[in-house]
Write a protein that binds this ligand. Structure first.
Ligand SMILES: *Cc1c(COP(=O)(O)O)cnc(C)c1O
Length: 357
């Protein structure tokens, strides 16, 4: 606390990202990073872009990249695409662009913990919608009066996916406010709501290159929706940071969308490893929430998640433990490479054996 802090800073409770410790080398299964490197073509494009032109500002409108993404997703034109410096920044703009103080927004009680942080920062009231006993989103709760809706699909940290049919039901019941679908993990098995954009002017789909395209360190996220929604986000962006993407990021992102084969291969590898891992976890008595993401949410009936977290850490493996009501006996485990998951499963079996031989 400092006497120089503004009232705003005194009162906020910032988001806490998963740890990135430097004391030793860990197997990192705690921040949903991709275990595989980005396409070699992406790295090459970025090296090419790191040239003397870096003295010039990048294009503030990211036109080429927006056209590329519009085409990739079968949209009508680039005016339906917004580029952000990571989707976290973009989500901040979204809260400012579409939600109003005094008009409570809805999101699940168990969800991405950035949403309540932005809500408090921007004085947006919210009502958490409790997930049911299986961690499913009770769709009908989103039919109640609200000032806007946001949820990840698949949800985080549960990995649970809802169908496009359910999303359409939510859109039809909320034609007077924006419904934001955060698709950070959609490439790991779900169907994107992007195909609904031309029918629902209240739909905003948010995606990122951080997870499925192995570019968390580059900071590229994007939103797709009706032109009027995109214009709204642009008005906020141009009041805060006109140059969201740097030249190197623009080049890397373009190259990523150009290398479809590499993208398909890596995402399939992650999905295959996830399925193998789930099978093995069920064998040693774990409860595993069905996941369409690059992480799984697991719990063991006889050993506390906090203990498992601590023991894994001692064995050099990091997973994510949320000490919060309803989920304090679960661990969120990112899907690593086959070798990493093998090591994780072996360590886990030792921990469980010690408790219930
Ligand atoms: C990882 C994540 C993001 C943020 O990704 P960026 O790296 O900021 O693009 C957004 N939403 C959810 C649900 C996430 O898990």
């Amino acid at each position: 606390m400092s006497k120089y802090w503004s009232g705003l800073v005194r009162n906020i409770e910032p988001y806490v990202p998963g740890e990135q410790p430097k004391d030793k080398t860990y197997i990192k299964l705690n921040t949903n990073e991709n275990p595989y490197p980005p396409s070699p073509k992406v790295l090459e494009a970025m090296k090419q872009a790191a040239n003397e032109n870096i003295r010039l500002y990048p294009t503030p409108t990211c036109d080429e990249l927006r056209s590329c993404i519009a085409q990739y997703y079968g949209l009508t034109n680039k005016e339906q695409v917004f580029m952000g410096n990571g989707s976290d920044e973009l989500l901040a703009f979204v809260f400012l662009a579409f939600f109003n103080p005094g008009s409570p927004i809805l999101f699940p009680d168990i969800t991405y913990s950035f949403y309540p942080v932005y809500a408090s920062l921007f004085h947006i009231d919210y009502r958490p919608v409790p997930l049911d006993g299986n961690f499913s989103i009770p769709i009908k709760e989103f039919f109640k009066k609200n000032g806007g809706i946001i949820f990840p699909n698949p949800n985080a940290p549960t990995g649970k996916y809802i169908t496009l049919g359910s999303i359409e039901d939510i859109l039809k019941q909320n034609t007077n406010q924006v419904v934001v679908v955060d698709e950070a993990y959609i490439d790991f098995g779900g169907e994107s709501a992007v195909k609904l954009i031309n029918n629902y002017p209240n739909l905003l789909v948010v995606q990122t290159l951080s997870k499925s395209r192995s570019l968390a360190g580059l900071r590229v996220g994007f939103a797709m929706g009706h032109e009027d929604l995109i214009e709204g986000i642009n008005r906020v962006k141009n009041s805060i940071n006109s140059y969201t993407l740097d030249r190197v990021a623009l080049a890397g992102a373009m190259a990523s969308f150009a290398d479809e084969e590499y993208f398909q291969n890596t995402r399939r590898k992650v999905i295959a490893t996830r399925e193998k891992t789930i099978f093995r976890l069920l064998e040693i008595g774990f409860t595993v929430i069905p996941s369409q993401a690059n992480f799984i949410f697991i719990s063991h009936p006889l050993t506390s998640a906090g203990d498992i977290y601590q023991q894994l850490r001692e064995k050099g493996i990091l997973v994510r433990y949320f000490n919060k009501p309803r989920i304090d006996n679960f661990l969120r485990v990112s899907i690593g490479s086959d070798e990493e998951m093998e090591y994780f499963l072996k360590a886990l079996a030792e921990i469980i054996d010690a408790v219930c031989p």
